[in-house]
Design a protein around this ligand. Structure first.
Ligand SMILES: [Zn+2]
Ligand SMILES: [Zn+2]
Ligand SMILES: [Zn+2]
Length: 147
């Protein structure tokens, strides 16, 4: 069997991960202790986050969906229609579940007993800041219009 057989490589990787996990080591580098409750060490996690961010930026720049990376992104969006539809569905069902459970629809935290809002104080503060930033950006854009 050739050594570059993907099937074989996959199995080898799985076995190696399994072994590292049993030894209580990061399944990625096998050199460091993983973060509590995680399979990766802090180093590998950072690298992965970085790789993800780079990949995302690269896809965004190329006008490709940042989720699946195979279909073109919808005009003015970072996702393709298929992925944004899936994402919307997920978000909607999550919101419905949270609403039914009587928790904050933004983060799932318990709402204060006498809350008049669907969001907890933390999420409302976040939304306030987000709106303020958005308004500031709008104002800046109006102040110096692009040609
Ligand atoms: Zn590691
Ligand atoms: Zn997509
Ligand atoms: Zn919340």
């Amino acid at each position: 069997m050739p050594s570059n057989d993907p099937e074989k490589k996959y199995r080898y990787d799985m076995e190696r991960r399994q072994k590292r996990r049993l030894l209580g080591l990061c399944i990625c580098c096998g050199a460091h202790k993983p973060i509590k409750g995680r399979a990766y060490c802090a180093n590998c996690r950072d690298t992965q986050l970085y790789c993800k961010a780079v990949r995302r930026e690269r896809r965004k720049a190329a006008g490709i969906c940042t989720v699946c990376g195979s279909r073109p992104a919808a005009p003015g969006k970072i996702r393709c229609e298929e992925c944004s539809r899936k994402n919307n569905q997920l978000t909607r069902s999550l919101i419905e579940r949270r609403r039914a459970a009587g928790v904050c629809t933004g983060c799932g935290r318990k709402l204060p007993a006498d809350s008049l809002y669907k969001y907890c104080p933390i999420c409302r503060e976040k939304q306030r800041q987000y709106r303020r930033r958005y308004r500031e950006q709008q104002r800046e854009r109006e102040a110096r219009p692009d040609d």
